[in-house]
Design a protein around this ligand. Structure first.
Ligand code: SF4
Length: 377
């Protein structure tokens, strides 16, 4: 007996294909699939037998109910720091892996920072997640489940999604793109593409693939309006390579080439260049000048993030005066920039602080005991 499909991992078009087959009319499943999809994301319910569209075909309703499943992961933890809090979801019954997501209040709505992987293999030296190593990719359904849980289980008015949690989104791009299609569907959660940001460590092929998708409108199968953020964190290759091993493969010249290919849908759009300010490493006036110079041809906003130290970090956060000075200098040099307020650092929910080293330790002990069982994790 095949396992029921995770309904949160299917786009509306994919759902229609499956339903058409169950209906015995391949290619004709859209009517019933649209009704299921809408009910799922409007009422947080998967009950085809209750939908009027299935009134004259209870047999189809039963087959649909048996073919898919809505199984929300357990919430295994929640830690709050004022208005900002992170929650953990269990993703694997057996190996006790968890996703971490952070709810961040904005002025008129809330943002959800989602994970795309458990752990990460990119090894950025300042980041807590990197200390876990890479454990596994999340499926599209597991990514969507984070938003679904925040909206319907925790009751948070999520209207903005950023892929800035655990993991490198371009390292799991098929699942990330599918999740974006599901989240932005006009008959589903209706999160506009302009309110979804993919943040990458700076993988050039990943940016180029996303850029290609972002050229086309949603109706044409594209992701036009999607926002891009790149973790830059340095003004030159020497500093960047000392912080981020990825720079050895995709250096700053290649990265700038990718920046310039990003389609900006409107005149006031920009690419977000994230810059974690680390005391004594990249926060000097000479760094600000080099950074402004590097970004001169790019329509970018520099998002300055005072460093949130990971556990046992060799790095420190600069003083507020030093951050303000860096900001002022960038502004004087004509570079659009802003300072991101640090939210959630008290509970290790701030940028670069997600991750649970205990999980990776558990995994390596289990691997040592029984290597074959964990190869598929
Ligand atoms: S900063 Fe992002 S890409 Fe780098 S190790 Fe951390 S999670 Fe991975």
């Amino acid at each position: 007996m095949p396992q029921p499909l995770d309904i949160l991992g299917l786009t509306r078009a994919e759902l229609a294909i499956e339903v058409g087959i169950l209906h015995g009319k391949p290619g004709k499943g859209a009517y019933h699939a649209d009704a299921v999809f809408k009910d799922l994301y409007e009422n947080a319910r998967f009950a085809p037998e209750l939908l009027p569209e299935f009134g004259d075909n209870p047999g189809l309703a039963e087959r649909v109910r048996d073919h898919f499943r809505l199984a929300l992961p357990d919430i295994t933890g929640r830690q709050g720091d004022g208005d900002t809090f992170k929650f953990l979801l269990k993703v694997d019954g057996e190996s006790a892996l968890e996703t971490e997501s952070v709810v961040i209040p904005m002025k008129a709505y809330k943002t959800l920072c989602v994970s795309s992987q458990v752990g990460c293999k990119m090894g950025c030296r300042f980041c807590e997640t990197a200390q876990m190593g890479f454990l596994r990719n999340l499926t599209a359904g597991e990514i969507v489940a984070q938003v679904f849980t925040a909206r319907f289980v925790l009751g948070e008015p999520i209207e903005n999604v950023v892929f800035m949690g655990m993991g490198e989104p371009t390292d799991n791009l098929d699942a990330v793109i599918r999740a974006i299609r599901i989240l932005s569907d006009q008959r589903g959660l209706r999160i506009p593409l302009r309110s979804i940001t993919v943040s990458t460590v700076g993988s050039v092929p990943g940016i180029l693939r996303l850029a290609e998708a972002a050229q086309l409108r949603l109706q044409e199968g594209g992701l036009r309006g999607l926002r891009l953020a790149v973790s830059l964190n340095a003004p030159d290759d020497a500093v960047r390579s000392s912080l981020m091993p990825v720079n050895g493969t995709h250096d700053m010249a290649a990265l700038k080439g990718a920046f310039l290919k990003w389609p900006l849908a409107r005149p006031d759009d920009f690419v977000l260049a994230e810059y974690v300010l680390i005391a004594g490493v990249n926060d000097g006036p000479e760094h600000a000048r080099l950074l402004a110079d590097y970004l001169r041809e790019v329509r970018a906003c520099v998002n300055l993030i005072p460093y949130n130290p990971r556990n046992d970090s060799p790095y420190a956060r600069p003083t507020p005066e030093r951050v303000a000075e860096f900001f002022r200098l960038l502004q004087d040099l004509g570079q659009y920039c802003r300072i991101r307020g640090t939210k959630g650092d008290g509970v290790m929910a701030a940028c670069g602080q997600l991750g649970n080293r205990a999980v990776s330790r558990k995994k390596s002990h289990a691997e040592a005991r029984n290597p074959s069982t964990l190869e598929t994790v």
